[in-house]
Ligand binder design. Structure first.
Ligand SMILES: [Zn+2]
Length: 187
């Protein structure tokens, strides 16, 4: 995504995050590594676990509130199995608009470079990838709202640990579609 598409109304905690010099985007807490680097497409597994155990927002890294948001495809919402950590509602809304990771997933499979995905998977040891839901890289996204969640430690395709978040009952489900370069909320 290009810098000019940025929503100027970022949640304050997100606006306070360090900014990626290449894309001009705030770097989510869960995509930051302890060595000061970051990777928008590969969540830091340690931080993902930290979000789960301490109930922190994966985007801004601050404590979650009563309303908790998860982002994923329709299948993830249906099975209540998400691979990205919970978020504040406002942070999830910002993620939908900003996150190149989500935008990349919204690209039709035939236009995606498979080699890039594979390369990312091998890039860092201890990285959580969405292996369990590799078939679910939709152009449609669900913002799943709930008040609680459980975590499951599952084994990914390569034998590595994958964290799966299972939200409780949905208080709401909002649907979005990536079209013509923008994320639109479906009515
Ligand atoms: Zn947040």
């Amino acid at each position: 995504m290009s810098p000019q598409t940025h929503d100027p109304h970022l949640p304050a905690a997100l606006a306070d995050r360090p900014v990626d010099s290449e894309h001009g985007l705030p770097i989510p807490f869960v995509n930051s590594y302890d060595d000061g680097t970051h990777d928008f497409r590969a969540p830091n597994r340690r931080r993902s676990i930290q979000c789960a155990l301490s109930r922190l927002c994966g985007m801004c890294g601050l404590s979650l509130e009563y309303d908790i948001a998860f982002l994923g495809g329709p299948k993830a919402a249906e099975s209540r199995s998400f691979t990205d950590p919970p978020m504040h509602v406002a942070c999830a809304e910002a993620a939908l608009q900003l996150c190149p990771h989500l935008a990349a997933h919204a690209t039709p499979p035939e236009q995606r470079a498979a080699t890039e995905v594979e390369g990312r998977r091998r890039l860092r040891p201890g990285v959580t990838t969405a292996d369990l839901f590799a078939g679910d890289r939709p152009s449609e996204w669900v913002l799943f709202l709930t008040h609680n969640f459980e975590i499951e430690r599952a084994t990914g395709e390569g034998g590595g640990l994958v964290l799966v978040f299972h939200p409780g009952e949905a208080s709401a489900e909002r649907r979005f579609r990536f079209e013509a370069g923008v994320m639109q909320e479906l009515s």
